[in-house]
Design a protein around this ligand. Structure first.
Ligand SMILES: *[C@@H]1O[C@H](CO)[C@@H](O)[C@H](O)[C@H]1NC(C)=O
Ligand SMILES: *[C@@H]1O[C@H](CO)[C@@H](O)[C@H](O)[C@H]1NC(C)=O
Length: 801
């Protein structure tokens, strides 16, 4: 102040005019009390004494006295604090006036004290702080009016300038108003970014022009309001993920993340899938809020191996970002191999070559890698195998010979499995029929057949059935039976039997006679219906069985119409005397020819008996004189057939000591006198006739037998002997000869058996059957039937008397 006060003194004007003298001082405000304002004595040209004597004093109308007068020193001093701003407010020229009055003489002087401003006030703002809320989207150039600062000082001590710090975004702009004040504006020069700085503090400083300069400040607090000026941003442009096929719904595949630096709803991100094509949206969904991408459909590797999901993140302000999510689908072995039959034959001929292709198949497995590698194989134990021609193509071929008769149908199972873990497989079963080829001839059930039929059958009777089987099928197995022609006894076999072509039943064509033919054989051919046909044949032997259709025939004693054969029994004969032997044969055989002899009637039953088996008539008691000479015995010969047949023979026995006696006795008994008289004549005559007839007979028989023998040698063979018995007194003269297979008796009869001599035998053989009545004593049964059968070929000579 003192420094300031000094120079101000020079502004004091000295104008001393008596009474009108006026002094002006200029002092800065705020001088300390007692500071000198001016040497008034000197300035008014008064000396101190005058001042004292004149009792100089200050006169003023106002009550406030800022200045006092020091009379002793003659100076004006600051009495009170002088505040220009209080005294004059804004007035630039600030002065106060007073008078100095002197007495003795009265005089006065006007004194003006000008107060000059000093910079004693700093600029001030009404508020320390003001706040703005400014959107970050505010464009540059936007203006914000600021409050002015106030400075009580005037002039250059008043506010000279404003400053704003920091200057990053805003600049200050002043407007000079008409009233000389300045309006202060803050102009946005660089856009705000909430994301960088949300709160900005600025300091506005107002400075005055005083020395020293003073300043005042105000805080400007700017809150940057968010604008949606930032789009969401994904953390990656492309995401990769894998998903296993058949993943359950809800499986989270990946999570995408986007961020938005905006605030509030401008920064709230919503995720969505934007694919429009394809079925991505049916497969996946994204959680709006979390960005989790999860499965909602059936992920099938075989339909789609990867997906490209386009994702969008958007904030509420509508700004977006997008990214791709590439999802690779991982295969799992969820597909069975598929077997497709490309072509197949249902039937294959049994003579098909090995390696004939039966079926072609195609394999498909939708899986990939190991899961899609497929191996196929067939069921075992079938003559087929699989050949692979190329990947996934197989052909089923025969690998060995086929035989329909062994297996006419095959169920071939083809199984294909992939190499996945666990492996999946599928199979198909083909049914293949083996078609027949005529490769099997019919086969008779037996290697030969033997059948028998009882003689006297009705023609057309079925004898039996031959049966052949053919392993082939259908027509190839349809067997027809054919009788092979061959002669039997000189006639075609077809006149004996016929064969039913369909059934193989063999029918007799005619009635057989065992006594004519005992057996025959022929061949039957079985032929199938194949082309060419196959055949086989079998020998059939038919045995004809005997029937008791022939009664026994009595050979001896010969029974003729009118003649009687006598047997002699001497009266001296002992008990058991063999009178004669009834000889009978039966052309039947076996039981049917088993003959038995019984006495049917007798003059005296007590005298004779007949050997049941041998037909020998023997006495059973001593002959007495009382016994009549002529004894008539009736012997019945029965065979053993069912029913049995029989023949009777009457034997006349003369009981006498000699033949003539007997004869005469007989004659006596005989009714026929003429017979008696002419006996000799008749005997002679009969002898001659018999001899003649015999010779003729022998000749005829010989010629006939030669003829027949020749025929039968060619046509006819039989192993069965026929004769069950030899008549008594038959002797085997040759012993070692042969008896022919078929023994035909030729019986020659004469009117008088005693004079007849019949020789019979087989023509062409030397066999002679000789019967000698004189050998009755040695008559015996020569051989049993069985022994004859054992030596069927022995020649026998029998002489008959
Ligand atoms: C084949 O299969 C069919 C039907 O399953 C069956 O009837 C037939 O007996 C089978 N054949 C063979 C030879 O196994
Ligand atoms: C009958 O079959 C035999 C083999 O069993 C054969 O040798 C013969 O030739 C056949 N006969 C005919 C006439 O077919």
């Amino acid at each position: 102040m003192n420094r300031l006060a000094g120079p101000l003194l020079f502004f004091s004007l000295l104008c001393v005019n008596s009474g009108l003298a006026q002094v002006t001082y200029s002092i800065p405000e705020e001088m300390p009390k007692g500071s000198s304002v001016g040497n008034i004595a000197q300035d008014l040209g008064l000396d101190i004494k005058r001042l004292i004597s004149g009792r100089a004093r200050i006169y003023t109308r106002s009550s406030d006295e800022y200045v006092e007068l020091n009379r002793e020193r003659g100076v004006l001093l600051v009495k009170d604090r002088i505040d220009r701003e209080a005294l004059c407010t804004e007035t630039l020229l600030c002065a106060f006036h007073f008078q100095i009055i002197l007495e003795n003489p009265m005089e006065f002087y006007s004194v003006t004290v000008e107060i000059t401003d000093i910079n004693d006030n700093a600029p001030t703002f009404e508020k320390n702080e003001i706040a703005f809320k400014i959107s970050e989207s505010t464009i540059t150039g936007a203006k914000f009016v600021l409050e002015r600062a106030e400075d009580l000082d005037v002039g250059s001590n008043g506010i000279q300038n404003y400053e704003l710090k920091p200057k990053d975004n805003f600049a200050l702009k002043m407007h000079h108003n008409a009233d000389g004040n300045k309006n202060v504006e803050m102009v946005l020069q660089k856009p705000l970014d909430r994301e960088k700085r949300e709160d900005i503090s600025l300091v506005l400083t107002a400075v005055d022009g005083g020395q020293p300069q003073m300043s005042g400040t105000m805080m400007i607090v700017i809150t940057v309001l968010d604008a949606n000026d930032n789009a969401p941003v994904f953390t990656q442009h492309a995401y990769k993920a894998t998903v296993t096929e058949n993943s359950p719904k809800g499986t989270v595949v990946a999570t995408v993340t986007a961020s938005d630096v905006d605030h509030g709803s401008n920064g709230k991100i919503t995720y969505s899938i934007t694919n429009t094509l394809g079925n991505v949206r049916k497969m996946f969904e994204v959680n709006k809020e979390t960005g989790d991408v999860s499965v909602i459909g059936n992920i099938d590797f075989e339909k789609s191996r990867h997906y490209e999901v386009n994702l969008r993140a958007s904030d509420d302000g509508g700004l977006t970002d997008s990214c791709k999510l590439i999802i690779d689908v991982r295969d799992i072995n969820d597909n069975k191999p598929e077997i497709n039959i490309m072509s197949k034959s249902n039937v294959i001929s049994e003579n098909a070559d090995v390696s004939t292709v039966v079926t072609m198949i195609n394999i498909e497995d939708l899986d990939s890698g190991e899961n899609g590698k497929v191996n196929c194989f067939t069921s075992e134990n079938v003559p087929f195998s699989l050949k692979t021609t190329s990947d996934s193509f197989y052909s089923l071929v025969t690998d060995s010979e086929l035989d329909r008769e062994r297996a006419s149908e095959y169920n071939i199972t083809i199984t294909c499995s992939d190499e996945g873990v666990p492996s999946l497989s599928s199979s198909v079963t083909l049914t293949l029929q083996i078609s027949d080829v005529n490769d099997n001839p019919p086969v008779f059930e037996r290697s030969s057949y033997e059948a028998s039929i009882v003689e006297n059958n009705t023609p057309g009777l079925s004898i039996f059935t031959v049966k052949a089987r053919d392993a082939d099928w259908n027509q190839n197995a349809r067997v027809s039976y054919i009788l092979e022609d061959s002669p039997v006894n000189g006639v075609p076999v077809s006149s004996y039997v016929s064969v039913s072509a369909d059934s193989g039943v063999i029918h007799a064509v005619r009635s057989f006679d065992y006594e004519q033919i005992k057996d025959f054989h022929f061949r039957v051919k079985a032929q199938d219906g194949g082309s060419p046909p196959l055949s086989s044949n079998v020998t059939v032997k038919v045995l004809i069985q005997d029937q008791n259709d022939n009664p026994p025939q009595v050979l001896y004693p010969v029974q003729t119409g009118g003649s009687v054969v006598y047997e002699m029994v001497p009266r001296s004969a002992d008990v058991g005397y063999l009178v004669t032997k009834v000889v009978a044969v039966d052309v039947d055989s076996g039981q049917n020819a088993w003959l038995s002899y019984k006495l049917q009637r007798a003059t005296d039953r007590a005298l004779f008996e007949v050997g049941l088996q041998n037909g020998e008539i023997r006495t059973i008691r001593q002959v007495s004189d009382k016994d009549p000479v002529k004894q008539i015995l009736t012997v019945i010969v029965e065979d053993n057939g069912q029913p049995s047949r029989s023949a009777t023979v009457t034997v006349t026995v003369g009981v006498a000591d000699s033949f003539p006696e007997a004869l005469s006795e007989m004659s006596d008994f005989a009714q026929d006198k003429e017979y008696d008289d002419n006996l000799t004549f008749y005997l002679v005559l009969a002898l001659a006739v018999v001899s003649f007839l015999f010779i003729t007979c022998v000749v005829v028989i010989i010629s006939v037998k030669i003829y027949r023998w020749r025929q039968s040698r060619v046509l006819y063979h039989s192993n069965l002997p026929v004769i069950p018995y030899y008549p008594p007194r038959y002797s085997d003269t040759l012993g070692t000869g042969t008896l022919q297979h078929v023994y035909n008796y030729e019986v020659c009869r004469t009117t008088d058996s005693r004079k007849s001599d019949c020789k019979f035998g087989r023509a062409g053989s030397q066999n002679v059957l000789i019967m000698d009545p004189s050998s009755t004593g040695t008559m015996q049964r020569l051989q049993s039937e069985k022994s004859i059968l054992d030596e069927p070929d022995s020649p026998v000579e029998v002489r008959l008397f």
